[in-house]
Design a protein around this ligand. Structure first.
Ligand SMILES: *Cc1c(COP(=O)(O)O)cnc(C)c1O
Length: 389
C-alpha cells in the first residue's frame, strides 16, 4: 500500500497548543493572577429552552415503538428541510427542498464537498483564513492560492481578474477577522465566478450575527449566485450547536450535475443526522426559537461592542465586532502578533489569538472573541484600557 503523500504537505499547526502551553506556564508562575480568555472560538451559553424541549420530546419518541425511528433520509427529514426553506424565504430566497441538505455541521461539508471536484482544480482562499479550507485541499493534493486580506482592503479581498481559479472560498461574516461583505462586493465575486466558470463555496456560519438589513446573510441574495455558489451554514454559532452538531448545505439545481452528485455522495458516505438532533434543530427555526437564540447572539454582540468601543477609545485599528463575534485588531506599537500575545498575557492577563496563526497576513494582527462572559469581558477591557488608553 501507499499512503496519501499529500498529508506530508500539511503545515503543522501549533497555534492552539502553543497558546495553551504559554498560558499554563504563566498561570503556574502567577497563581495569584486571574487570567481572562478572550480567545475562545466556541460558544459558551447553553442551548435555548425551545430546543431542549424538542430534544426531550424526541428522546421520548425513540423509546416508544410507534414513534421510534431508524435510518432517516440521508439528506435530512422533510420537517427540518422545510424549516430551512422557510428561513430562506424570509429573505426572499426561494429554494426547492431537494436543494437543501442537512449536515452534521459546516466543517464536515466544507471538506466533503471537495469529493465533487477534480484534483487539478485551483483553489482560492483568503489569507488570513479558517484553516479547514486550506488543509482539506492540501490533503487532496490541490493547488491553493491566496487572496490577500489586509488593512488596505479592510480584510475584504476582491476578485483579481488576472488569476484563473476554479474554487473560491468566501466566509462572511469572516472568521478570523469579523469583516462582512456588502451586496455590491459579493455581486463582484458572483460576476467573476460566472465569467470564469468558477464555483464559490460560501461559508455563512456567522450569518445570524448580521443585524443590518442591507447586508447579505446568504449568497443567494445576490443576483446570479444560484448559478455559481454552494452555501454552507451551521447551527453551531447561531444556536449553540457546536457540541450538538447540525447544519445545512445548499446545492442549487442551477449548478447542473453538482446537485445530483452531492445527493449521490451523501447517500453513499453519510447516513444522516440523528432524528433527535434534527428535532432540536427544527425548534431553532420556530418563532420562539428564533427569539431565544437572538437573546444569546445579542449577549455575545454586546460583549463584542464593549471590546470594539474600548479599542476605539484606545485608538487601535480594528475590524469586526459589529456583525460578528470576532474582533480583529492591529497590534499596538508595531508589535508582531506573538509578541503582542506575550505582552497582553504578561501585563493584563488577557488571552487572545495571534493573527499569525491564520496566515501570513495576520502577522501584525490579533483576534479577540466575544464568547466569554459579560463580567470577564468588562474586566478584561478595563485592564486593556489601563495599558493602552
Ligand atoms: C465555527 C465555524 C464553522 C462551523 O463549523 P461546524 O462544523 O458547523 O461546527 C464553519 N465555518 C467557520 C468559519 C467557523 O468558524
Amino acid at each position: 500500500m501507499n499512503i496519501n503523500q499529500n498529508y506530508e504537505n500539511l503545515e503543522q499547526s501549533y497555534l492552539f497548543s502553543t497558546i495553551a502551553h504559554k498560558v499554563n506556564d504563566f498561570i503556574s508562575k502567577n497563581l495569584d493572577k486571574k487570567v481572562i480568555r478572550l480567545g475562545i472560538g466556541d460558544v459558551t451559553l447553553p442551548l435555548c429552552k425551545k430546543v431542549i424541549e424538542a430534544l426531550h420530546k424526541a428522546v421520548d419518541e425513540m423509546g416508544v415503538q410507534a414513534t421510534f425511528r431508524g435510518y432517516g433520509p440521508e439528506q435530512g427529514y422533510d420537517f427540518l428541510r422545510e424549516a430551512v426553506q422557510g428561513y430562506y424565504k424570509k429573505r426572499n430566497v426561494e429554494l426547492d427542498l431537494d436543494e437543501i441538505f442537512i449536515s452534521d455541521g459546516a466543517k464536515s461539508d466544507v471538506g466533503n464537498i471537495l469529493d465533487l471536484f477534480a484534483q487539478d482544480n485551483t483553489v482560492l482562499v483568503p489569507d488570513p483564513v479558517y484553516p479547514v479550507y486550506v488543509d482539506t485541499n492540501v490533503m487532496a493534493g490541490r493547488t491553493v492560492i491566496f487572496a490577500d486580506a489586509n488593512g488596505d482592503n479592510v480584510f475584504l479581498p476582491m476578485p483579481d481578474k488576472s488569476k484563473k481559479v476554479d474554487l473560491i472560498y468566501i466566509c462572511s461574516p469572516n472568521n478570523p477577522t469579523g469583516a462582512v461583505y456588502n451586496k455590491e462586493q459579493l455581486q463582484a465575486w458572483v460576476d467573476y465566478a460566472k465569467e470564469t466558470n468558477a464555483i464559490i463555496l460560501f461559508d455563512a456560519a456567522y450569518e445570524c450575527f448580521i443585524s443590518d438589513e442591507n447586508l447579505p446573510r446568504s449568497i443567494y441574495e445576490i443576483e446570479g449566485a444560484k448559478d455559481c455558489a454552494i452555501e454552507f451554514c451551521s447551527l453551531s454559532k447561531t444556536a449553540g450547536f457546536t457540541g450538538t452538531r447540525c447544519g445545512y448545505t445548499i446545492v442549487p439545481k442551477a449548478l447542473g450535475k453538482l446537485n445530483k452528485m452531492w445527493l449521490r455522495r451523501q447517500t453513499t458516505k453519510f447516513n444522516g443526522v440523528p432524528y433527535i438532533i434534527q428535532r432540536g434543530a427544527e425548534a431553532v427555526f420556530t418563532d420562539e426559537g428564533q427569539k431565544e437564540i437572538k437573546e444569546n447572539i445579542n449577549y455575545y454582540k454586546e460583549n463584542a461592542k464593549i471590546i470594539s468601543e474600548t479599542l476605539t477609545r484606545c485608538n487601535i485599528w480594528h475590524v469586526g465586532g459589529k456583525h460578528s463575534p470576532y474582533i480583529w485588531l492591529k497590534c499596538p506599537n508595531n508589535m508582531k502578533s506573538w509578541e503582542f500575545f506575550d505582552y497582553l498575557l504578561e501585563n493584563a492577563q488577557i488571552v487572545g489569538t495571534p493573527g499569525a496563526g491564520f496566515g501570513k497576513n495576520g502577522e501584525e494582527y490579533f483576534r479577540l472573541t466575544s464568547f466569554g462572559s459579560r463580567e470577564n469581558t468588562i474586566e478584561a477591557m478595563e485592564r486593556f484600557e489601563k495599558l493602552f488608553g
